[in-house]
Design a protein around this ligand. Structure first.
Ligand SMILES: C[S@@+](CC[C@H](N)C(=O)[O-])C[C@H]1O[C@@H](n2cnc3c(N)ncnc32)[C@H](O)[C@@H]1O
Length: 240
């Protein structure tokens, strides 16, 4: 059976075409600065810790920067991509990284698949301990949002951690995505039944700048840093 049977074929081909033709303005060449900072801060002060062993999942991971970052923590990390070209690019990039997970610890690989049809292993052990969602929810047609939430719930066990780097928040101009405008309330609505909200903070402009380049790259004539200012937030959720 075609793995993408339920995903609109046009959508899957559309994403692959973007990767084939290099129309990927979302690709910043590194993890978002706010994610890197969170991983450094986790477990200190009021910042909650996340598991450093077990399995992690990053849907719509693009070139796999975040897959690699989580693997270095010690997590066996899988990225999922619908675009065969993104899968190829991501695994090439991950393997070329000088810093590799320590033997016996983490690992990072990107697999071809549809998040909504992703199969976890048997029992609690087959489920994932950590999830990272960045520029994935905003890439989906709004009709898929409740499936987005139910798929995370299905792949998690009690205590699993979901990290959401929320972007773009409250942008009235983004009714036609992707990216589609999101809001903090939307995340709460989608997640509150199955996940407990643990912690969150707005993204510091300097962390955003670090991801976009000091001058901010122009994207469709708009300075990326001004476009992102005040529209990003990182939050941690624990599966009930
Ligand atoms: C906006 S891009 C973000 C990529 C990456 N998170 C980043 O920030 O560089 C969204 C990605 O999700 C992938 N994607 C879209 N629908 C998907 C699905 N149902 N399952 C897995 N990946 C999907 C696309 O191929 C695309 O690379």
């Amino acid at each position: 059976m075609n793995d993408f049977a339920d995903l609109h074929a046009e959508q899957q081909q559309g994403w692959d075409k973007r990767w084939q033709t290099n129309v990927i303005p979302f690709d910043k060449g590194a993890p978002h600065g706010a994610f890197t900072h969170f991983l450094k801060d986790a477990g200190q002060g009021d910042v909650p810790d996340i598991p450093r062993t077990g399995k992690a999942l990053v849907p719509g991971c693009g070139r796999g920067y975040d897959v690699h970052a989580l693997s270095l923590l010690g997590l066996q990390t899988t990225g999922i991509e619908v675009s065969p070209k993104a899968v190829e690019e991501a695994n090439k990039w991950i393997q070329a990284q000088p810093a590799q997970p320590k033997e016996g610890g983490g690992s990072g690989v990107v697999e071809l698949g549809d998040f909504f049809k992703w199969k976890e292993g048997e029992g609690d052990e087959g489920k994932y301990d950590v999830f990272y969602d960045y520029t994935f929810l905003c890439a989906l047609p709004p009709t898929l949002r409740s499936s987005w939430a139910s798929t995370y719930a299905r792949l998690a066990r009690p205590g699993s951690i979901l990290i959401t780097l929320q972007f773009p928040l409250n942008d009235p101009d983004l009714t036609k995505g992707p990216p589609f405008s999101l809001s903090e309330e939307l995340y709460v609505d989608l997640l509150q039944n199955e996940w407990e909200y643990v912690w969150g903070r707005g993204v510091d402009e300097a962390q955003s700048r670090a991801s976009n380049g000091p001058e901010g790259r122009s994207q469709g004539g708009v300075d990326v840093n001004s476009f992102r200012k005040g529209r990003e937030r990182i939050a941690i959720w624990k599966r009930k």
